[in-house]
Design a protein. Structure first.
Length: 503
């Protein structure tokens, strides 16, 4: 991004509608009078949404009697904080006027796109804005937006806080954002109104977010790779968090846990050179602990039990027992929601983002600071080779492992798979997919055995007498443990040992 181009730096939070009155009362105590505007904005794109696919948003907004056109690029986004190139100027009507854009803006949108543009969605909301002074002489515009995104007959509500930096350092935004997150349960939000409108116009509803590809560059330093891995995991966790809190789809909890596991794997991989502060580490543990039991019950009720349902001797008793277990799952899920509130994920995400932006690992005494600035690729190869050798040693000893040791082995394979996926772009392409498949096969085989062990523990933990249907479940699980499961693990380990590596 070129410094000569105009930039917008803002931090955005979702505000739960139930806390709007509390937020306004808090702002009233500042004795700063807000401006209030009704904003009507039209967004333009091609019929195939070429602009949004290129990370560009083009809008014309009515402010009172005036029209203002704005062109924004996607820019950088992390933890609600965004830096975007922005061109903005008045126009005489509610359509783009290309004669008013500078050449730098015209270079972003091709002539072919300009001839196809049409209004694809709009936003209508009320904006209350306050001008505030921040730490270090910063000037910040705080806006509360309430309204909706509209695309045809579809509607999506808007209730969010935007902190735009007018002058000063971006770090000043975090002080205010952290206050609102702690007081009102706000979450950082990286999805723009334009992105929401595109989803609505295309008929795409909210869905669990998978991690996606992580692009590391060969020219990166060790600390650059560390920061990129952390940002990637945090973005995935943040994207799934609203669904964890409000949706019934169990995949949100699964993907949120995957994001936290990937983050923990990255932190462990770099633990000698980039050390996480104790308060952030404690917050990570609290979030992981909040999600864990709910995921265990989801797997039991939605994966493990359906696999044996057709073999149940008494269908009626089976259905009744499944209803009791589903009620227990709902109880555990409610406990998860309370634990999440207590863990304050919005505050933690903001603190993590701030720490990454500050390169806070450089402040930790005892960390290998010289290694932080070394080239990433040779360092990554060294870590992968070291851990691969250790996995080969453990695979050879698997037959003598206890259940606890097998669980530890599963975690080690999972960490190595995550590490290889992190560094995939830095490794030779030949055989890379096969190596990932080999690690995944061992992890999956060990994971199925672990799921059976967890399922048995959950069923045995329930109080009262043992109903016949539950006794059947426990018997089936015991037979699974001693049956083909061990053979699957042994086969996957054998293939892994034979696969080798050219790192």
């Amino acid at each position: 991004m070129t410094d000569a181009l105009p930039q917008e730096i803002e931090l955005k939070l979702t505000l739960p509608p139930a806390h709007v009155a509390d937020f306004l009362a808090r702002m009233a105590r500042r004795r700063a009078q807000p401006s209030v505007q009704a904003l009507h904005t039209r967004y333009f794109d091609t019929p195939d949404f070429d602009l949004s696919a290129a990370g560009v948003a083009l809008r014309v907004r009515r402010v009172g009697r005036r029209w203002v056109q704005t062109l924004k690029t996607e820019g950088e986004r992390l933890g609600g904080l965004s830096r975007r190139i922005e061109f903005e100027m008045p126009v005489t009507r509610g359509e783009p006027d290309w004669s008013r854009f500078p050449p730098e803006a015209l270079a972003i949108i091709t002539e072919d796109w300009r001839t196809q543009l049409l209004p694809v969605f709009e936003t209508r909301f009320e904006r209350m804005a306050w001008q505030l002074a921040g730490r270090g002489g910063a000037q910040i515009e705080l806006a509360l937006d309430r309204g909706e995104v509209r695309a045809g007959s579809q509607r999506d509500p808007i209730c969010e806080i935007e902190l735009e930096l007018k002058r000063g350092a971006p770090d000043a935004l975090f002080d205010l954002a952290r206050t609102w997150a702690a007081a009102f349960g706000c979450l950082p939000n990286d999805e723009s109104k334009a992105a929401r409108g595109v989803r609505l116009a295309q008929g795409i509803g909210p869905a669990p977010a998978t991690p996606g590809a992580l692009a590391l560059r060969a020219a990166m330093r060790v600390e650059d790779g560390f920061a990129a891995i952390c940002r990637h995991a945090l973005a995935s966790f943040q994207a799934n968090l609203p669904g964890v809190q409000a949706a019934s789809d169990i995949e949100y909890v699964h993907q949120a846990r995957v994001a936290l596991r990937r983050l923990r794997a990255g932190l462990r991989l770099f633990k000698r050179v980039c050390v996480l502060p104790p308060d952030l580490a404690a917050g990570l543990r609290a979030l992981a602990a909040a999600l864990g039991p709910a995921r265990d019950w989801d797997v039991l009720c939605h994966d493990t039990l359906p696999a044996m349902a057709q073999h149940a001797p008494d269908a009626g008793a089976w259905a009744a027992e499944c209803r009791r277990l589903e009620a227990q799952r709902a109880t555990v899920r409610a406990a998860m929601q309370r634990a999440l509130i207590a863990a304050q994920p919005g505050v933690w995400l903001l603190d993590m983002t701030r720490w990454l932006l500050r390169q806070g690992w450089r402040e930790v005494s005892g960390a290998r600071q010289r290694t932080q600035t070394q080239a990433l690729t040779p360092w990554a190869r060294k870590q992968l080779r070291r851990d691969h050798r250790r996995l080969l040693e453990l695979a050879a000893q698997f037959g003598s492992f206890s259940a606890e040791a097998r669980h530890d082995l599963r975690i080690r394979f999972k960490r190595q798979r995550y590490a290889l996926s992190f560094f995939a772009d830095l490794m030779p392409a030949r055989g890379r997919a096969a190596r990932l498949d080999g690690l995944r096969a061992v992890q999956d085989a060990l994971g199925r055995a672990h799921d059976v062990s967890v399922a048995r523990a959950l069923l045995l933990s329930l109080p009262g007498e043992l109903p016949p249907a539950r006794a059947f479940m426990l018997g089936w699980l015991a037979a699974t443990v001693s049956g083909a499961g061990c053979g699957d693990i042994a086969k996957a380990l054998k293939n892994f040992v034979k696969s080798g590596t050219d790192w």
